[in-house]
Design a protein around this ligand. Sequence first.
Ligand SMILES: Nc1ncnc2c1ncn2[C@@H]1O[C@H](COP(=O)(O)OP(=O)(O)OP(=O)(O)O)[C@@H](O)[C@H]1O
Ligand SMILES: [Mg+2]
Length: 400
Amino acid sequence: MAATTAVATLREGGTAAEMREEAMAAGGGARPADAGAAGAVPVAAAPAVRLAGLRKSYGQVAAVAGVDLQIAEGEFFTMLGPSGSGKTTLLRLIAGFERPDAGSVELGGTDVTRDPPYARDVNTVFQDYALFPHMSVLENVEYGLRVRRVAKADRRRRVQQALEMVRLTGFSGRKPIQLSGGQRQRVALARAIVNEPEVLLLDEPLGALDLKLRQEMQVELKRIQREVGITFIYVTHDQEEALTMSDRLAVFNQGSVEQVGTPIDVYEHPASEFVAGFIGISNVLERGGRHITIRPEKIRLLADGEQAPPGSHVESGRIEDVVYLGMLTRYVIALAEGGTLTAVRQNMETAAAEALGARGRAVSVAWRDEQTYEVKGESRASAAALAAPAAPDDPATGPG
Ligand SMILES: Nc1ncnc2c1ncn2[C@@H]1O[C@H](COP(=O)(O)OP(=O)(O)OP(=O)(O)O)[C@@H](O)[C@H]1O
Ligand SMILES: [Mg+2]
């Protein structure tokens, strides 16, 4: 494959597999879409990505333990989950860097399970950006186009467009070492976008950035995704990032999907205690044999003698802890009927000293029943993992 050889001659050190991956990240893959662009049959009905029964184990570890997902064209889809829950493995299966033990990967309605990475119309932005250190920004971004033998004038035009999109016009001549972390991140993004892949895989691309830059880049990424209309599959373990950026998100736990839905669905109607705790603050109470969750912002702290709004459920408790957060104050309340709740209050009228002085005080809390949501059990994944068959299919033969 031309891409592999090109990278191998351009860069010394690193394993062959690493170099192949870098070539893929840089967009060195063949593009089936190019070949079929003229007179292509529209495949509006096919999702951009369809994963069916996907499994991948490393020894005893089921990194991906049977995943079924459909991601629509142009969707901003996020995979959210704790460290080790299988997010990167799933991205690598979609990109083709790993072969599944079972199950299939479809892109735009075509089964690519057995295809090598370069035959898939997918680009990956890795967490460490993996830029070529000896190449300029321009050379890094145009690399994938050069591998595909795009004519120079066309190449330069597309590189300029991509650099403009990530707001790096004027940086073409710099080497990666002369850039800040955020700028390097944007070069990695430009390098992937310039290839106009059907699907862009992003593995914690903002993980190394400070909070402010991360928030700016979140807005930029959303804008870019809207402008180019590429399907984004975005991996993060940051719940706020997932809630603010995604059209839909999947919450992962131990290699399985706990829940898929819009940010509002998942936040307001968590399917399990795991999801309730992972997205937002876990406020799970057992009342009358049912496990219910209430979001902290829905809980009203009643001042002395204050009446609860009609129709609300009232319980008494004691403030165990107070955390001053600037804009908000967080109260941890131990309830007389059992369980602990976290409630937040905007620091509109309360002074910091006053808020902090509330520790140890008796309080009443109130919420409306319609603001509680029943959750079923601790985790779907742990139940599924127990029921899952131990022996995977032979990876050499793959799925049938
Ligand atoms: N090449 C490998 N060999 C052995 N085990 C692996 C390999 N790659 C991943 N694993 C294991 O598979 C599980 C899932 O790993 P994966 O990298 O997909 O998690 P992740 O969700 O991306 O985590 P993080 O948020 O930390 O990046 C982990 O238990 C990990 O140790
Ligand atoms: Mg990972």
